[in-house]
Design a protein around this ligand. Structure first.
Ligand code: CUA
Length: 155
């Protein structure tokens, strides 16, 4: 079968780009250990406010420089609205939604979650630079969406 040389070149380039993308993905997963933030557990969104740990959202120190933040998203706020931890803290966020789908993104970090009612999502961030980081809802969730945010204060 005759394949035109331009077509052969395009096929070769396509194979090369696929190989580069595959190698980048393998490097990311096997060497850098990057993972998609997955669901941690299931909860009933209608009763989540009464069930631990979401009946008492807030910050808990779990080690010399590690903290657990339990957070509830609802139309149109996060509970708690502000958390404060020292610089160089590693913070594990455990978050769920009590009503509709919300987003969770922290300015200047890799933290980016979908908050789906019934699902607990988790991500971990180490904050080295002092300052106030905005935590925003980035999934349209109704009339008050644009005002749905919280603050993370690193001291
Ligand atoms: Cu919550 Cu947008």
């Amino acid at each position: 079968m005759h394949v035109h040389r331009y077509e052969r070149a395009i096929l070769g380039l396509t194979a090369l780009f696929l190989a580069i993308a595959g190698a980048a993905l393998a490097y990311s997963v096997l060497v850098e250990h990057h993972r998609l933030p997955g669901p941690v557990e299931r909860v009933d969104p209608t009763t989540v406010r009464q069930v631990a740990p979401f009946n008492n959202p807030g910050v808990t120190q779990t080690g010399p420089t590690t903290y657990q933040v339990t957070m509830l998203a609802q139309t149109w706020s996060f509970i708690p609205q502000q958390i404060e931890v020292p610089r160089d803290s590693t913070v594990n966020f455990l978050v769920t939604s009590a009503d509709v789908i919300h987003g969770f993104i922290i300015q200047d970090t890799d933290a980016n979650l979908m908050l789906i009612p019934g699902q607990v999502s988790s991500t971990t961030v180490t904050f080295h630079t002092p300052g106030t980081y905005l935590l925003m809802c980035h999934e349209y969730c109704g009339a008050g969406h644009q005002g749905m945010f919280a603050r993370i204060v690193i001291q």
